[in-house]
Write a protein that binds this ligand. Structure first.
Ligand code: CP
Ligand code: NVA
Length: 312
């Protein structure tokens, strides 16, 4: 992973993901270190963020390094300055760039022109750091990944794309229930099916949430209107009206199923009003695990920590 970009979960192998999870578990237990002293991470955000920004900044601090945050108003990627120029300049100051963009293409331009690694902190196509941290949460709660079944209910969006690729790389079965017109992108779907051949994951799609959740180990949902889609809010709320994750739907999964959501949530829309306070909900562990997984990721990408930390 050292020196490489992470724009998609598919930039990693199943082996990489298992290593990240095991190092994240150790880093979570150990806390602070000096693995990345003298390293600087630039954070370039075109969209708002709570978890991603704070977890990356704290991750760098806990590893002995520094983070520099640039807000949407400050940089103006492709507006104040060409994205290629921003990439080349930032690479003269920082050892890696973490970027949250509207268009995935902007990330590809950053990665092409920056001579340091670029990490996708969410684009319109993927949210790899979220999916990797979620695998850590599943691993902690269920003791493994292989053979478990995740049911994703709702939009075939950035979070769904990264989760399906991550599932296909690690032997997790993945079912997605989406309304017509809001399915996962065809190219991601094909890539997922291809990767699943190597791990044995079963990957299926349906329009019926009840079929997807039946006996699932994990029920996952995300917002109906992602950042950048605000103009489509009314039509999306209509299309997804019967895709709410509520007590009734959750009761059709396994009795010990966990309920996941990347947050921010719209209570009363994709999730019923109080369901994220239900004991089955692990949303705060998901948010916390962004920090631990990203520490393992940064240590591998910037520090070359590509072996189990316990053997280091
Ligand atoms: N889950 C997540 O990425 O949250 P933020 O948008 O707050 O970073
Ligand atoms: N799909 C959501 C995820 C936010 C973390 C969005 O893109 O807004």
């Amino acid at each position: 992973m050292k020196g490489k970009d992470l724009l998609s979960v598919a930039d990693l192998t199943g082996e990489d993901i298992r290593l990240l999870i095991s190092n994240a578990v150790e880093m979570k237990a150990e806390g602070w270190s000096t693995l990345l002293s003298e390293k600087v991470l630039a954070l370039v955000f075109e969209k708002p963020s709570l978890r991603t920004r704070v977890s990356f900044e704290v991750a760098m601090r806990q590893l002995g390094g520094h983070a520099v945050y640039l807000s949407p108003a400050e940089v103006g990627l492709g507006k104040r300055e060409a994205t290629a120029d921003v990439a080349q300049v930032l690479a003269r100051y920082a050892d890696a760039i973490t970027a949250r963009t509207f268009s995935h293409e902007t990330l590809e331009i950053l990665a092409k022109y920056a001579r340091v690694p670029v990490i996708n902190a969410l684009s319109d196509v993927e949210h790899p750091c979220q999916a990797l941290a979620d695998l850590l949460t599943i691993y902690e709660k269920k003791g493994g990944l292989e053979g478990l079944t995740m049911a994703f209910i709702g939009d075939g969006n950035n979070v769904a794309h990264s989760l399906m690729l991550a599932a296909a790389l690690t032997g997790l079965n993945f079912r997605i229930a989406s309304p017509p017109g809001y399915r996962a992108r065809q190219n991601i779907w094909e890539q997922t099916r291809e990767l699943a051949l190597g791990s044995g994951s079963e990957i299926t799609c349906t329009e019926d949430p009840a079929i997807a959740v039946r006996d699932a180990d994990i029920v996952y949902t995300d917002v109906w209107v992602s950042m950048g889609q605000e103009a489509q809010a009314a039509e999306r709320r209509k299309a997804f009206a019967s895709y709410q994750v509520n007590e009734m739907l959750l009761s059709q999964a396994k009795p010990d199923a966990i309920l996941m959501h990347p947050l921010p949530a719209h209570h009363g829309e994709e999730v019923s009003e109080n369901i994220l306070s239900n004991p089955q909900s692990v949303v705060l562990d998901q948010a916390e695990n962004r920090l631990h997984l990203q520490k393992a990721l940064l240590a591998a990408m910037l520090g070359g920590l590509e072996i189990p930390l316990s053997n280091y």
